[in-house]
Write a protein that binds this ligand. Structure first.
Ligand SMILES: Nc1ncnc2c1ncn2[C@@H]1O[C@H](COP(=O)(O)OP(=O)(O)OP(=O)(O)O)[C@@H](O)[C@H]1O
Ligand SMILES: [Mg+2]
Length: 508
């Protein structure tokens, strides 16, 4: 098979930090090449170099045998390289068609935009690659899986032959992942080449042709699904064996901390998303909520955190009525939240790491001075977050957006875990986190609960809910169903509840 892309000795530094160290990589045409490695191993940086976002410091890149040195993403795009980034880059208020042609408008006679021509070309692409996309709808109305397809079509429209996907599956439901993999295989069958980054090693075995493993900026292994296993890849990445089992501690279940009765709520479009929800989480207890995305999880968390007013029902925190309390009051009363979308809701991407590490803490727990934030005190707390949660950061003063995706997540999780909360609500806390760090965060959740905190874990990863929770609730169509105590039901039984497959399941 022909080599389409070859990297020799590629090195990239950010200040004193070496993000990529003498990387050699050979990518064959018409294959899916997976790149795996821990958070901060240098995967996104390498992809950013290939796609012209960053410039390399040393080394060479050959595209179809010819040396290239892209100075911008536009140059890389002209050469046929396109990237779908970890965080999507669409304009919510524009139509899908406008998003696809944005920055790449074709003009007709007199230099006027030829929309008919653009539409015809895009429609042809959709037909060729089997995408079903409503071109005239607004981007903001689309579910995540659709946004991703739009990003793919966008780079195909720009003529990409090499498509780079940076953690495309971390935002998708299992059905979305299946759809993406079908699209990836189809693209490859049509001669495209794909570079694919993921933390889910099962997916690598399922879809990749070749695998490159990075560790601390360098290549530490090259293999194929036929030659390796999840365990082997994990130990290559992390440098030790990873079991990915939660080590359950013995905990004393205390008084009820969170008590939700008969909660009913609608979404922004007026559709009822929570129907008579009853839920109790005790001190020292981890309650997991399993469910297919869109079953009401989002609205439940919003109600619990004062981000959405319920229609009826009551929410008590340690006996206090917080049904209509504001977000700020929630914080002050001792509720922590790890939100699902780390970039939109979890941090201020332009603010330095230290500020992001004290957000919320400065309101609820305060510093010595009531009026001014004591920088020293703030940095001490921020340093604790960084140290205890192994956030790979060169300086607390850098903007948080300079951290790798998984390290941003670790900083947010650390910030919420280290505050003295009565209740911690977590949505997909291990999204985009490497396998070693997942093990670590599961251990922290267990320790937090053992110290008497009530934990509500909402996760799309069924495996995570089943491993970590002391008790499971399944959400389906806005209602909760009893998913039993830890280990009581099988994955298949819970899966059935998640799809509403059990008629006589005890509705609560
Ligand atoms: N613009 C930047 N400025 C400074 N440092 C950066 C910048 N971009 C990346 N880094 C650093 O380079 C290292 C590699 O980051 P990179 O984003 O490539 O990791 P990654 O393998 O993609 O990790 P993850 O799995 O968490 O996404 C990290 O230590 C990160 O903090
Ligand atoms: Mg990354």
């Amino acid at each position: 098979m022909d080599t389409i892309l070859e990297l020799r000795g590629v090195t990239k530094r950010f200040g004193s930090l070496v993000a990529n160290r003498e990387i050699d990589l050979t990518v064959k045409k018409g294959t899916i090449h997976a790149v795996v490695g821990e958070n901060g191993a240098g995967k996104s940086t390498l992809m950013n170099i290939i796609s012209g976002v960053h410039r390399l410091d040393d080394g060479e890149i050959f595209l179809e045998g010819k040396p290239v040195n892209f100075r911008s993403p536009t140059e890389a795009s002209k050469a046929g390289i396109g990237m779908v980034h970890q965080e999507f880059m669409l304009f919510p208020e524009l139509t899908i068609l406008d998003n696809i042609m944005m920055g790449y408008e074709r003009t007709g006679k007199l230099g006027l935009l030829d929309r008919r021509q653009v539409r015809a070309e895009v429609e042809e692409l959709l037909r060729t690659y089997n995408f079903n996309i409503p071109l005239d709808e607004l981007a903001r109305e689309q579910p995540v899986a659709m946004l991703q397809q739009i990003e793919i079509v966008k780079i195909l429209y720009r003529g990409a032959n090499i498509l780079i996907f940076d953690e495309p599956t971390s935002v998708l439901t299992p059905a979305g992942v299946e759809g993406l993999f079908r699209a990836m295989r189809f693209l490859v069958s049509k001669g495209k080449t794909i570079l694919f980054i993921t933390h889910k090693l099962k997916e690598v075995l399922q879809v990749a042709d070749e695998i490159t493993v990075l560790k601390e900026g360098a290549v530490v292994g090259h293999t194929t699904p036929a030659e390796t296993s999840e365990e082997q890849m994990a130990s290559m990445m992390v440098g030790r064996n990873v079991m990915l089992k939660a080590n359950k501690l013995k905990k004393d279940r205390g008084r009820p901390i969170l008590q939700v009765t008969d909660l009913q709520a609608r979404n922004d479009n007026g559709i009822v998303k929570l129907k008579h929800v009853n839920l109790t989480v005790h001190a020292g207890e981890i309650v997991g909520i399993a469910g297919v995305a869109g079953s009401g999880q989002v609205e439940l968390v919003q109600c619990l955190y004062g981000l959405r007013a319920p229609e009826s029902g009551a929410i008590l925190l340690d006996g206090d009525d917080i049904t209509r309390a504001s977000c700020r009051e929630h914080r002050c009363k001792g509720i922590g939240l790890v939100p699902q979308d780390r970039m939109a809701d979890g941090c201020n991407r332009a603010a330095p790491i230290w500020e992001n590490c004290i957000m919320g803490y400065h309101i609820a727990h305060g510093f010595r001075s009531k009026w001014l934030i004591d920088r020293g005190e703030a940095e001490t707390f921020a340093q604790r977050v960084v140290d205890e949660f192994s956030v790979k950061a060169s300086s607390l003063n850098e903007p948080i957006s300079s951290l790798s995706g998984g390290n941003v997540q670790k900083a947010i999780v650390g910030r919420e875990f280290l505050q003295e909360n009565k209740l911690l609500i977590m949505e997909d806390p291990t999204r985009g986190i490497d396998i070693g760090a997942i093990e670590f965060i599961w251990k922290k959740i267990e320790e937090l609960a053992a110290s008497g905190v009530a934990v509500l874990l909402v996760s799309q990863e069924l495996n995570e809910v089943m491993e970590v929770s002391d008790r499971i609730e399944v959400i389906y169509d806005g209602q909760l169903y009893d998913g039993g105590l830890h280990g009581e039901l099988t994955e298949a039984q819970i899966g059935l509840l998640m799809t509403g497959g059990v008629e006589d399941a005890a509705e609560k």
